[in-house]
Write a protein that binds this ligand. Structure first.
Ligand code: ADP
Ligand code: ZN
Length: 753
């Protein structure tokens, strides 16, 4: 069964194909279609074509009846057995190229997983055994006497109703390959290679679940989505704003069920970090009846697994795709629903070209395919909520936690007072300390959150003042005690830990600032009897470490879990009644207009981990700026209050969502050349762009040096984003830069560092 996106075969006269080869040459090329491929090739097929004196992989983007290219060469071969991209996804790619100011070839590269694009990995083949010719009358008896092992194996084979993997049969019978080959020689068994599916979840058992009875708010939300699904006309995207624990996922599950029942398919986007076994299990279990119908795409799959999952989607066997960012391009046919969970997550934005935002691409794909788009979150992004207040999105709200569990009580701890009392750096203030003790006594669990890895975040010489900075980046190196190394969190550079200051030779090094590693060891010292575990990118390097730690935490074997973002999202532990945010100011002091928004979101999300069970939760937020609005509004669970005041600030400053931003980063290993090029680009833009667009002057980026490159920024803003993108592209195309200077354009940037 294969999935043909376009039902019509190419017209009889269609003898040429226009293709995009997998290299950014900024040009589409024409090739002739050989006779034997004429009735197969269509838009979206991957092909191999001659290019210069080699051959290259390419994608067919149009079928032509004529071509005016002289000396046109034929397509060499087709790749795969069905088109890899649908015409709709190709349309999406063209839009992305224009909107994100990015060559179409670069966009195409992110539409297909590398293993599909390169076509290097194939199906996993396995040897299968089935019956051969029927044994003659006394043949089995003879074998019993002369070759008892062959006889034993033959008897096992004769009992088979279906082919089985040879390896399984030999294991079950405790016989060897030689015996099997001997039977094959006699023609009594038949051995054949067969493709098998690599299933990343093969070992797991999924207990089927059924729809829960929804509460009133949930029913109203689902009814709106169901109605849009039924009408099949292009509906406005929905923004489902539901507090943590309000049962959003249950609504996704039931909306997907309705989609599948109407014969259509669904994509569920989840931030990579929330794509946990727990999440996947919830979906696989609900749709366990339709075995195989759920495909999962994420970065931890092996190349082979990704190949198989992708083909499961392309062949139409999978009806539901769950995945991170790039799953939005999944080759599903007859798409009915796109869910974007945690729509506010910045990881939906890709930080390399094409710098697309998967939520925004989802909205467009939904529009192109008449599919319903459902964006869900407890803390909507300012952009999405703004769209809802302006009627571009339809707002659905869940204000209550399921089972009427209360929202956790949030207490703000003023670190200025704590520091005065303690006369030194406070990691665990008095109030949080007392709260942890009471949890340990009651055998309830605690989560401590700090958004920074490592032990000490800087190493400074008190004699000469020299800090240990990364040689490649303008940041301090972080000391990691377990590994006993200094490391740069931006470029990965590592260094040994000096005993004396390498600059002046004095024995006067001071470690300051702290990360999760230090929190873990401090907490362990303060509470020696408690079981403390840390969960961050350093402690979770082994493949199953994450799963194991979560499992023991759930089983109550860990009292205190210390971690970074990794523990902030989507996890659901009924016995966690205390959450401590060690330092809420980390995100707040970033040089970024979204700093306040991120802090509000983070506090709300982390706080949402507390009190998911019977006992109400308590949250302690330690901060040096207790009166900052994002902290105060988060404390009162007041999203709209927060939204109103933040929106006012954004409007005053002409920032998104009122204007789109476009950020150009000019980079070079030579500071002067980067600076000079940035000045030139800035001047040209000012000449080329009409006055409606705001063009900032070129400035050194907040992160001046990254991976040996000096960086300069030009920040532009405007309402008509398509026009701004086009003008920027045209200006840059006309301006040759020195070889060692690059200029990257980021439309709707999320990282302003
Ligand atoms: P959210 O996604 O909003 O954080 P979830 O969908 O994870 O919330 O729901 C939280 C918990 O409540 C889950 O364990 C879920 O199974 C349960 N739940 C959701 N809806 C209902 C319902 N209508 N009745 C009973 N339990 C529900
Ligand atoms: Zn570095």
């Amino acid at each position: 069964m294969s999935n043909h996106f376009s039902p019509s075969t190419p017209a009889a006269k269609a003898r040429f194909a226009r293709v995009l080869i997998d290299r950014a040459i900024r040009r589409e090329l024409d090739y002739s279609i050989p006779e034997d491929l004429a009735d197969r090739i269509n838009i979206g097929w991957r092909v191999r074509v001659p290019f210069r004196d080699k051959s290259a992989l390419a994608t067919v983007v149009a079928i032509l009846e004529e071509s005016d290219v002289s000396g046109i060469r034929p397509i060499e071969a087709i790749v795969g057995d069905a088109p890899a991209l649908s015409p709709k996804v190709l349309e999406l790619a063209r839009w992305m190229s224009a909107y994100y100011c990015c060559p179409i070839e670069t966009v195409m590269r992110s539409l297909l997983p590398q293993v599909i694009r390169r076509g290097e990995v194939g199906w996993k083949k396995q040897l299968f055994v089935r019956r051969g010719r029927a044994p003659e009358e006394d043949e089995l008896d003879k074998l019993r006497r002369r070759a008892p092992r062959q006889a034993e194996l033959l008897e096992a084979v004769l009992k088979l109703d279906a082919p089985v993997p040879a390896a399984d049969l030999l294991r079950d019978t405790s016989l060897d390959n030689q015996t099997l080959r001997a039977l094959q020689k006699r023609g009594l068994v038949d051995l054949r290679e067969q493709a098998v599916q690599r299933d990343p979840h093969a070992e797991e058992q999924f207990v089927p679940t059924t729809n829960l009875t929804l509460n009133t708010e949930q029913s109203a939300a689902l009814a709106a989505v169901a109605q849009a699904l039924e009408s099949r006309a292009s509906a406005k995207p929905f923004l489902l704003h539901g507090v943590t624990g309000s049962g959003k996922t249950e609504i996704y599950l039931q909306a997907i069920r309705a989609t599948i029942d109407s014969g259509r398919t669904a994509i569920v986007l989840v931030p990579e970090i929330s794509l946990t076994p727990q999440t996947v299990e919830r979906f696989k279990s609900r749709f366990a009846d339709a075995n195989q119908s759920v495909a999962v795409l994420h970065s931890h799959l092996s190349q082979g697994e990704r190949h198989d999952e992708w083909h499961k989607i392309q062949s139409g066997r999978a009806k539901i795709v769950i995945g991170a960012r790039s799953a939005i391009f999944a080759p599903l046919e007859n798409l009915g629903l796109i869910v974007v969970d945690e729509e506010h997550e910045t990881t939906y934005k890709q930080e390399e070209a094409p710098r697309y935002h998967a939520r925004d691409v989802a909205v467009l794909r939904g529009k192109l395919e008449n599919a319903v788009v459902l964006l869900g979150t407890a803390t909507p992004s300012l952009e999405s909520y703004f769209n809802a207040t302006r009627g571009k999105y339809q707002l659905l709200q869940l204000t209550q936690r399921v089972d009427d569990n209360q929202m956790p009580l949030i207490r703000i701890v003023d670190l200025r007072l704590e520091a005065r009392k303690a006369k030194s750096l406070t990691i665990i203030g008095d109030k949080l300390h007392t709260a942890i003790i009471s949890r340990l006594e009651k055998r309830e669990q605690t989560i401590l959150f700090l958004n920074r890895r490592g032990f000490s975040t800087s190493l400074l010489c008190s004699a000469c003042g020299e800090a240990r900075d990364c040689p490649n980046c303008s940041v301090a190196l972080t000391f990691h005690r377990t590994a006993n190394r200094l490391s740069c969190h931006l470029c990965g550079h590592t260094a040994t830990v000096p005993k004396k200051c390498p600059a002046c030779g004095e024995n006067a090094l001071i470690y300051s600032g702290f990360g999760t590693e230090k929190v873990e060891s401090t907490v362990q010292q303060l509470f020696p009897k408690a079981v403390v575990r840390r969960m961050d990118a350093d402690s979770m390097t082994r493949k199953d470490a994450y799963r194991e730690t979560l499992r023991s935490f759930r089983a109550g074997k860990i009292d205190i879990l210390v971690g970074t973002q990794m523990i902030a999202k989507g996890l659901h532990f009924p016995n966690v009644t205390l959450v401590g945010i060690i330092n809420a100011d980390l995100a707040l002091h970033m040089p970024d207009f979204r700093a306040g928004e991120r802090t509000f979101q983070l506090l709300t999300q982390v706080a949402g981990r507390a009190g998911r069970g019977e006992t109400p939760g308590e949250v302690f937020v330690q901060t040096f700026t207790p009166f900052s609005p994002s902290i105060q509004f988060a404390r009162h669970h007041d999203f709209t209050g927060y939204f109103d005041q933040e929106l006012e600030f954004r409007e005053r400053c002409d920032f998104p969502p009122f204007r789109h931003a476009v950020l150009i980063t000019v980079r070079s290993e030579h500071e002067a050349r980067a600076s000079f090029s940035a000045e030139t680009i800035g001047r040209r833009l000012r000449e080329a762009l009409p006055e409606e667009f705001i063009i900032g002057s070129p400035t050194p980026a907040p992160l001046e040096k990254l991976q040996r490159q000096f960086r300069f920024h030009i920040l532009m803003r405007g309402e008509a984003i398509m026009r701004l993108s086009r003008l920027v592209r045209e200006t840059l195309d006309k301006l040759p830069l020195p070889e060692d200077v690059t200029a990257a354009v980021d439309v709707d940037p999320y990282s302003l560092l």
